[in-house]
Design a protein around this ligand. Structure first.
Ligand code: TMP
Length: 208
């Protein structure tokens, strides 16, 4: 059985974690060995970096420092967990990957897509997901959803609306750049409807 690397992307409150759980159940019931993980984070060392970047004051880091922390945590994650899991034949589902850095730091913080793409090549080489589900949502609605959560992981949620609108546009632009790899889904659809689109896409694209 071939194994695949699937990522989920989207703005705040787009419902990625719910859909990852549902896809994990769907695949596991079909006998697939799945690893679900997330970024920033995923390994003990990368989770330490996660705490540094997603908690605290919005101005805590200069944009380039913030991006380098994302790349550092990703390097740990790719080397210690993602590559070994793919090599062991597992399917890997990751909540965010480098497209988030392209959108949040490259466009949201204006560091530039080309500089983020150069760092990507240097740090993690040519690893990329086989399939990216982009859950697209109006940032005002997405952020409203996150306000119901009791979490202090709110550093990015607290950034201004222009930042969130820019990164939504960036994700949509990235989805057009790599149209064969991206599936864009309206995150305001019913949870079950989204889950059906995702599982059908996986069934159509991949062999089990
Ligand atoms: P999440 O677990 O709710 O998706 O939160 C992670 C936060 O980190 C989210 O606000 C997006 C942000 N982030 C970046 O800014 N750049 C990145 O490369 C990644 C992976 C996440």
């Amino acid at each position: 059985m071939k194994n695949y690397f699937i990522t989920f992307e989207g703005g705040e409150g787009s419902g990625k974690s719910t859909q990852i759980d549902l896809l994990n159940n769907f695949l596991t019931l079909r006998g697939v060995d799945v690893l679900c993980t997330r970024e920033p984070g995923g390994t003990p060392s990368a989770e330490v970096i996660r705490d540094l970047v997603i908690k605290g004051d919005t101005n805590r880091w200069l944009p380039m420092t913030e991006s380098l922390l994302m790349w550092a945590s990703r390097y740990e994650h790719v080397e210690a967990l993602i590559k070994p899991s793919l090599n062991a034949g597992k399917w890997v589902i990751c909540d965010r990957f480098y497209h988030s850095t392209y959108a949040y730091q490259g466009v949201g913080h204006d560091l530039g897509l080309e500089s983020m793409k150069s760092i990507k090549r240097l740090v993690i080489g040519d690893i990329r997901p086989d399939l990216v589900f982009l859950l697209d949502i109006d940032p005002i609605k997405g952020i409203k959803r996150t306000k119901n959560r009791s979490s202090n992981e709110d550093r990015f949620e607290n950034m201004d609306l222009t930042f969130h609108s820019d990164l939504r546009d960036a994700f949509l632009m990235l989805s057009k750049e790599e149209a064969d790899r991206f599936v864009v889904i309206d995150a305001e659809l019913d949870i079950r409807e989204i889950s059906k689109i995702i599982s059908e896409e996986v069934l159509n694209r991949f062999t089990f």
